[in-house]
Design a protein around this ligand. Sequence first.
Ligand code: ATP
Ligand code: MG
Length: 359
Amino acid sequence: MDIRTHRIAAIPGDGIGIEVVAAGLEVLEALADRDGGFRFDVESFDWGTDRYRRTGAFMPEDGADRLRGFDAILFGAVGAPDVADHLTLWGLRLAICQPLDQYANVRPTRMLPGIRSPLRHVGESELDWVIVRENSEGEYAGQGGRSHPGLPLEVATDVSIFTRAGVERIMRFAFRLAQSRPRKLLTVVTKSNAQRHGMVLWDQIAGEVAREFPDVRWDKMLVDAMTVRMVQKPASLDTIVATNLHADILSDLAAALAGSIGVAPTANLNPERDTPSMFEPIHGSAFDITGRGIANPVATFWTAAMMLEHLGEAEAAGRLMTAVGRVTADEDLHTPDLGGRATTRQVTDALIAALRGRN
Ligand code: ATP
Ligand code: MG
């Protein structure tokens, strides 16, 4: 039998990123072992803040190019308390996402078995969303600047860039995703009352693209009202598309509503598959708990399942998510972010045992 080999670039980064990626790779190995139909060829990259301190750069200049030959990238988290966040973001995450044109950031949010929402009225069936974040332009286009430092007339600008091509491709991606889900329901989020150029273009293009998807029901929301709706009427939402900044904020809210950011995954996709896509937990490097062995690895396990799905290993992805559900259903296996006392090691071992038990 032919064994499929998936070439994975692992970038653990900093802090708990290193801990959860190690756990994720163990789980992937266990899956490959069990399945026999595929294997992983993993290369790890020590890119991150330590490298920045040593060399002045988070990754080599040709870093993004070095990733091109891989089938997927598994990313942990970067950042450290003593390095400004904007240097980290632009020095590594965006320095990979932008050249590799991973323009669709997909963030599924649902309540895993045994994990409760902080909202009492929200049960498992009320919350099943996918947030699509535009990942290549908008507020994170990097345009703008500063002048007259220290003077009263000091000026700082951040210019949002929205292009027709950029908005059309993310809108089409979101409509297609909504169409593939049972409810065929899409909410387009903007702030087109106040931001009267780019956001109005979003609304307009949403209307145009909607005509290509007559079976998708869709509506528009202003981002402020959207936060209220997510809390008060979560069941009225399914697929959500928003700009780089808006979706970043909404997806942290979504993760908290679903229990913890310690369980939330994300995929930075190049949907055309011209370049590798990158998979990561949405949380950061969490230096407040680094080195204590209590980081929740569930976000990374779910992230690994998204990666498997993308690699065409849907069966293994399903098996992994079933095992994740069996682990989260057991409160003794909850880490402190979920109110429990379990360690990263215990959760990882239990997950691998659950994978083995089923076969
Ligand atoms: P960054 O700037 O990299 O986003 P941050 O400190 O702003 O870092 P996170 O690292 O995401 O944000 O952490 C936010 C809070 O959530 C912290 O208190 C952290 O301990 C907690 N947290 C994040 N991820 C996890 C996890 N996997 N398991 C447990 N707690 C977590
Ligand atoms: Mg953060």
